[in-house]
Design a protein around this ligand. Structure first.
Ligand code: NAG
Ligand code: NAG
Ligand code: NAG
Ligand code: NAG
Ligand code: NAG
Ligand code: NAG
Ligand code: NAG
Ligand code: NAG
Ligand code: NAG
Ligand code: NAG
Ligand code: NAG
Ligand code: NAG
Length: 710
């Protein structure tokens, strides 16, 4: 039986007549005047690379990170261990319905920890202003020596302008990022330049996998003995100077290429990795371009071309994709804050969450979980791209599923002995290896996600048969594993999910977690989408899928409400241990459309009980947009907006989604979920009626180029 019918809608034509997009975007250009924000940087970037700046437009005072989707390294192996030990690592086996299944946790603790923290993501470096005294030596400079700091980020062009005065003289810095390569353009205007009193330093940190979270800064600039740098300089006649610094950490090498106007570059001391750049330039305007890469770049653009690249790409991004205006004509005083969150999230998602692999929770701002990413979070990070018509950005990372397919088939069938399918990793890195950890390896809600990404793509490109073929194997193996994972329980005559497993809220005993409500619904939804896909390909729907779909356990119930899992403690509603994590009982109608067999009034009653029972101060990030989606689908748009503006769901002065009680800032799944919820509330969902069905009276919502949610 097929659960959901995809309706093929062509995208509405983008209508630019109503919204003055540039004015609305620019209204929220962040401004910082006080010297420090030690929590979060202002950023420029391109999705695969980002540069975090302090109030000087560089990293003069605060070593905010320069991070990428490609900059990873391995630490040395633990003492006494070899690569053979890594290759031969085996975790424990847990009983799965009478069969031992091996997972990646337990086993040799030294190798286990190495595999958790390797490879880890590096901070590529630091660039800052340096001031020179009358005798030409660098001055010790602190924020106390500069005044009149005033910084703005022009969202429309991706340019930071930072003004300050030093010794009574104005210094104006523009910072921007190329979009086709990972190069920052820096333009400095000050008479201090022509006086020989202002230059730039470049520095390199050591960082290793000893810290799970490295916020707000990544790495240490005080352990020069742990890594090496070497400088190579070339000066061409008439051209500028090109310098290249090779930075090696353990066995990984990263290149920093510096070009621009002519300069001298010297190493501060033989045992330091800090280099000083002095403009060899008599004008007061000095430009420098600093690029980061694994291989030598074939071409170093100048500042003007970097600036053009940034202007063009950002203006296209803002002009061509989806857009929503919730402020013009709205009477709710909170509309301004919601519009601010939308605009700043759109900016930050393109900087941090549009790379060649799924993003980490802190994007390219700092490191959480050693810089690794989590496939179960990929939905919240990136599904909004599909609804906002940013297929170019989403297409960068969705091929990850194909890359991970062989190792995920190996995991499911060889390591774990399931009959068929591919089991996706949870916490991982571009290698696709599953990071050890009990939760990492027993969560399962990452499994259906590719079915959602693929279904959105097919809906947006209904005439393109390549899309059907492109996803075929990934979808087939995904659904095969879902069917194989479901276990036929002869005593009840239905297929069970788990045990062992962890549900989305990682707060139950995996050994007794059977048939959690959300995962059951997601399995139904996913297998339905997979079956439709096979029908569209004119292939037979595998009988295993149909069997599981038709005979999957019903959603567990207790006393007229859905329960978190089958045989959950009767009083779980009043136990903090069960009501303090992701409230996915509210996701049965909201995050998901109603699935086969769902009783809408039970779901409604359950959702209302979740709203009043769960500990809201312990929720974080995407929980709030997920709750908003439940309110929208259940016909309570006032409550939907309340959730999006809940006091425990915050975005800071530059729009960074605040982590809250549980995770460091920024926590980008909060921003991705906000944009997904906004698209759904503004454009609707399958079966919704009317304009902006998720917004209540008092809101004037103008929508351009968004797609509805499934
Ligand atoms: C710095 O960021 C924090 C949140 O991370 C925010 O609450 C605060 O207002 C910011 N401070 C300034 C001076 O902008
Ligand atoms: C890290 O080591 C793994 C082997 O465990 C290797 O496949 C990978 O390429 C290495 N990555 C880096 C960045 O050196
Ligand atoms: C680094 O290279 C050396 C020499 O090839 C090798 O023995 C060592 O295992 C490598 N270490 C890492 C972490 O890649
Ligand atoms: C689950 O079972 C495994 C053995 O199969 C055991 O090692 C583990 O401690 C159990 N976990 C809990 C929370 O009971
Ligand atoms: C340059 O002047 C500063 C004081 O402005 C002094 O501390 C420093 O030692 C001098 N350096 C040299 C090389 O003379
Ligand atoms: C910085 O100073 C320049 C030169 O006075 C001025 O044109 C520009 O508007 C200023 N920008 C900011 C953000 O204050
Ligand atoms: C880094 O340097 C510190 C201090 O010198 C030292 O204790 C540590 O072992 C070094 N780590 C590596 C991986 O080289
Ligand atoms: C740059 O280096 C050259 C050659 O060493 C030297 O003559 C010149 O004074 C330096 N210029 C600056 C601005 O440091
Ligand atoms: C609603 O917003 C649109 C677009 O910004 C605007 O043209 C229209 O005048 C607004 N309606 C009201 C009633 O203010
Ligand atoms: C069809 O989709 C494929 C895969 O995404 C893409 O490479 C191709 O350009 C698309 N073709 C057309 C005509 O849009
Ligand atoms: C859902 O339940 C609430 C509270 O019990 C009720 O007010 C509302 O009418 C119900 N909505 C639907 C769609 O059943
Ligand atoms: C709710 O969560 C907050 C934040 O974690 C915690 O301080 C508080 O004790 C919790 N309240 C209850 C009733 O568990």
């Amino acid at each position: 039986m097929i659960v959901t019918i995809l309706i093929f809608l062509s995208l509405p034509a983008v209508n630019h007549a109503l919204i003055d997009r540039r004015a609305l975007v620019s209204r929220y250009n962040p401004v910082r005047t006080s010297g420090f924000n030690l929590s979060t940087p202002v950023q420029v970037g391109n999705g695969n690379f980002a540069f975090g700046a302090d109030v000087t437009g560089l990293q003069t005072f605060s070593p905010f990170a320069i991070m990428s989707s490609w900059g990873w390294k391995n630490d040395s192996l633990p003492p006494g261990r070899t690569w053979e030990d890594v290759k031969n690592y085996h975790g424990v086996s847990y009983d799965n319905h009478g069969r031992p299944v091996e997972y990646d946790f337990g086993g040799d603790p030294l190798i286990e920890q190495w595999l958790i923290s390797n490879p880890n993501r590096v901070n590529l470096g630091r660039v800052g202003l340096v001031f020179f005294g009358a005798n030409g030596s660098a001055l010790e400079t602190t924020l106390d020596n500069v005044s009149n700091t005033f910084q703005t980020l022009d969202l429309w062009t991706g340019t930071i302008t930072s003004n300050l005065t030093f010794d009574g003289v104005l210094v104006s810095v523009a910072t921007t990022c190329a979009q086709e390569s990972d190069i920052v353009g820096i333009s400095i205007a000050s008479s201090l330049v022509s006086q020989g009193r202002l230059g730039v330093f470049i520095d390199f940190p050591w960082n290793d996998g000893s810290n799970k979270f490295s916020a707000p800064f990544v790495g240490s600039f005080n352990l020069p003995g742990n890594h090496t740098t070497t400088l190579h300089v070339e000066t061409g006649p008439g051209a500028g100077t090109f310098a290249q610094i090779t930075h090696t950490l353990v066995n990984s090498t990263f290149l920093t290429t510096v070009g621009g106007n002519e300069f001298n570059i010297t190493r501060d001391a033989p045992d330091l990795h800090r280099y000083t750049i002095r403009p060899r330039w008599t004008s007061s305007d000095f430009t420098l371009v600093v690029g980061y890469s694994l291989d030598p770049p074939s071409y170093i653009p100048d500042f003007a071309s970097i600036s053009t690249s940034s202007h063009d790409a950002w203006a296209r991004y803002w002009s061509d994709a989806g857009f929503v205006d919730v402020i013009s004509g709205s009477t709710d005083p909170r509309a301004d804050e919601l519009q601010r969150r939308i605009v700043l999230s759109r900016y930050l998602m393109r900087v941090n969450e549009a790379g060649d692999s799924p993003p980490q929770e802190s994007g390219l701002v700092n490191d959480g979980w050693y810089g690794k990413f989590h496939m179960e979070m990929y939905f919240w990070h990136c599904a909004h791209w599909a609804l906002w018509d940013n297929w170019d950005l989403l297409h960068r990372s969705t091929p990850t599923y194909s890359h991970f397919l062989p190792s995920s088939i190996q995991r499911a069938q060889v390591q774990q002995g399931f009959a068929t399918g591919a089991r996706w990793p949870k916490m991982t890195d571009p290698l696709g290896r599953s990071s050890p950890g009990e939760i990492n390896n027993l969560l399962i809600w990452e499994q259906p996600h590719p079915l959602i990404f693929a279904s959105y793509e097919r809906r947006s490109f209904p005439d393109n048969t390549t899309v059907l073929q492109k996803w075929r194997n990934v979808l087939h193996e995904t659904a095969d594993f879902m069917a194989a994972f479901a276990w036929f329980n002869r005593s009840t005559g239905v297929f069970d999910i788990g045990p062992p497993m962890y549900p989305v809220a990682e707060d139950t005993n995996p050994n007794i977690t059977r048939n959690p409500a959300f995962e059951l619904a997601y399995w139904r939804f996913g297998l339905g989408l997979a079956s439709e896909w096979m029908s569209a390909l004119e292939e037979d729907v595998p009988v295993d899928w149909t069997d599981v779909l038709e005979c999957l356990a019903p959603l567990p119930m207790q006393d007229g409400y859905y329960a978190i899992y089958e045989d959950a403690p009767k009083d779980f509603w009043s136990l903090a241990e069960f009501t303090s994590d992701h409230p996915t009982l509210a996701g049965l109608v909201g995050w998901l459309p109603p699935t086969l067999g769902l009783n809408i009034s039970v779901a409604n009653a359950t959702t209302h009980r979740v709203w009043t029972t769960w500990n809201a101060t312990n929720l974080w990030g995407w929980d709030f947009p997920m709750l908003a989606m439940s309110a929208a689908r259940l016909g309570d748009p006032s409550q939907a907006v309340n959730f999006l503006l809940h006091p425990d769901f915050q975005f800071d002065d530059v729009g960074m989604p605040v982590g809250g009680v549980r995770v460091p800032t920024p926590y980008f799944p909060g921003a991705g979920a906000l944009l997904y919820a906004i698209a759904m509330m503004a454009e609707g969902w399958e079966g919704s009626t009317g304009h902006a069905p998720g917004f209540p009276k008092g809101w004037n919502v103008t929508v351009e180029g968004l797609s509805s949610a499934l």
